[in-house]
Design a protein around this ligand. Structure first.
Ligand SMILES: [Zn+2]
Length: 544
């Protein structure tokens, strides 16, 4: 009898928890782990499988998180950055969850009737319907950011849940304590849901790691936040039984910044980008910057003067929200509105959205564009002579799928430690380490897997971010859509474990006809689909 019970327990469908740590990198974490810090991550590494995780190109939060959750490269998603150039309206439009057009891990699991919970993943606002719970991530607004909608009230009342922590950019202890509270609210909610709601799959992202590493990279404050997150990981994972496999991953890596190239300024000086002659707030910030007053200092001064609390009292709520949205916008350097108005759309040869470059006319492959690529590759760090740009990719070389034509024509891939910025700094082409941000993204993030099905092994070999979705579906015994670009990571499974023994099942990609819009966006043909339909049409006598 006992044996039979454990036998059926063995056969029970595996559950998966994914902990996403935005911008986590071995470069930062390994030395700390070796010195005895981050004991919970160390435990998972020692008892599980770990390695490098190669991010999408570009290695940006948008689209990387969706590349993870869909198992597809950006050419099938239609999103290449947090914003896109719209040539018809001559606007630079921010992307959101509706800009993506592929199903995610949780859509497939929901279709199978499995219960899912997604917490705080960037690119998930506005929220979509799932079989379970979805709390949208950063870049949301505080209105309707959950599915089901009434979950928002519980999050606020019970967890004091806040969606926007992006404006923490200081070493101010009060800010950092507040950030910890925000992080804790995500984990507390995750723990309650996972134990009380019979969840089969959970994803939780901690985003603050990205923000604080940009500003402070490897400082004592960053280590403090990481230790805090590690503790929370320890509590959450200790509550899981043997039916759970755990994956810890990041959307991209991080490294200390060596320098930043102001791509717009560089392009403007060489005649590729033409600007209108107008003065705006962005220019004012540039001037302040030149005399040594940076945006984070303005923020700090405003805080010291309690300017924000004064504004809170004086400004109507809608204006306050606008202001709050503006602050992270400035922080990311995405002065979208400012930029689109500054560009002379008629005379510019390119419309840059660093690290992406859109050609304003059909000149791809022309000698002039080849010359642009050559010049970009030659850019050097003015002090060390080191090359800043690793490569400049043509979209056709790195993307495939339905949305390649929506892609920027050129994708600039900087060498590790360098980044391209789309802030327009008149007369500044390059700034050195520490003058703005301290850390920047890299292509290589982290991957850890741990659980009853996972073998103990440490691998340096790179795993692709696209491999995670098919691997998770396989662990959970759900057929993998054929149009995913990733593959099942068979090498991570313990010999003789269920996912090791089971063959990988595939299925045709199917649309989820929820409404007309979705039908239009989501349907993707595979060769097999096409043949099947053709066959039916043939039988009906519609075609030969
Ligand atoms: Zn990120």
């Amino acid at each position: 009898m006992r044996a039979r019970i454990s036998d059926s327990e063995e056969k029970m469908r595996r559950k998966v928890l994914v902990i996403g740590l935005d911008g986590a990198s071995w470069e930062l974490l390994s030395p700390w782990i070796k010195r005895g810090e981050l004991p919970n991550l160390r435990r998972l590494i020692e008892k599980g499988f770990s390695g490098d995780l190669r991010s999408s190109t570009p290695a940006l939060t948008f689209p990387a998180w969706k590349c993870y959750s869909t198992g597809k490269q950006p050419g099938k998603l239609g999103v290449y950055s947090s914003a896109a150039v719209d040539f018809e309206t001559r606007k630079i439009e921010p992307n959101n969850s509706a800009s993506f057009s592929a199903k995610e891990i949780w859509d497939y699991l929901s279709e199978e009737g499995l219960k899912v919970c997604i917490i705080n993943m960037p690119t998930t606002y506005p929220p979509k319907k799932v079989n379970g719970f979805l709390v949208s991530g950063p870049f949301s607004i505080e209105r309707e950011y959950t599915f089901p909608e009434n979950l928002k009230k519980e999050l606020r009342d019970k967890y004091n849940y806040k969606i926007i922590p992006e404006y923490y950019m200081t070493r101010d202890k009060k800010d950092l304590d507040d950030a910890k509270k925000v992080i804790s609210s995500r984990f507390r909610f995750a723990r309650d849901v996972i134990t009380e709601k019979h969840i089969d799959f959970m994803h939780i992202t901690i985003f603050f790691t990205d923000t604080i590493q940009h500003f402070l990279w490897d400082s004592i404050e960053v280590k403090d936040i990481w230790n805090y997150i590690d503790e929370e990981i320890g509590i959450l994972t200790s509550e899981l039984d043997k039916t759970w496999d755990i994956i810890v991953m990041s959307d991209h890596g991080f490294t200390k910044i060596k320098g930043r190239l102001y791509l717009n300024t560089w392009l403007e000086r060489r005649g590729y980008l033409k600007l209108q002659s107008k003065f705006d707030i962005g220019d004012l910030l540039t001037i302040l910057d030149r005399i040594g007053i940076r945006f984070d200092m303005i923020y700090n001064i405003s805080k010291q003067l309690k300017l924000f609390s004064v504004l809170k009292r004086v400004l109507p709520e809608e204006k306050q929200r606008k202001l709050l949205r503006m602050i992270p916008g400035k922080m990311w350097g995405r002065k979208l509105e400012g930029m689109e108005r500054k560009i002379d759309w008629n005379r510019s040869k390119v419309i840059p959205l660093a690290p992406l470059i859109y050609l304003n006319s059909n000149e791809d492959g022309s000698p002039e564009i080849d010359m642009l690529i050559k010049k970009l590759k030659e850019i050097e760090n003015p002090e060390t002579g080191e090359e800043i740009i690793e490569s400049v990719c043509h979209r056709e070389d790195i993307y495939w799928g339905k949305y390649v034509e929506k892609a920027p024509n050129l994708i600039v891939v900087p060498n590790p430690g360098y980044e391209t910025s789309d802030i327009l700094k008149r007369n500044v082409e390059f700034s050195f380490e520490g003058s703005e941000w301290k850390g920047t993204h890299t292509q290589t993030g982290i991957f850890i897997a741990y659980g009853p099905d996972i073998r103990k092994e440490k691998r340096i070999k790179e795993i692709e971010i696209y491999d995670l979705a098919p691997t998770i579906l396989h662990i959970m015994d759900v057929a993998i859509p054929r149009d995913m670009d990733g593959k099942v990571l068979r090498e991570i499974f313990e010999e003789g474990s269920d996912p090791d023994k089971r063959r990988v099942r595939h299925r045709c990609a199917r649309a989820r006809f929820r409404d007309e819009k979705e039908k239009a966006i989501r349907f993707e043909w595979t060769e097999e689909d096409r043949e099947k339909v053709k066959d039916r049409l043939r039988k009906l006598g519609y075609i030969n």
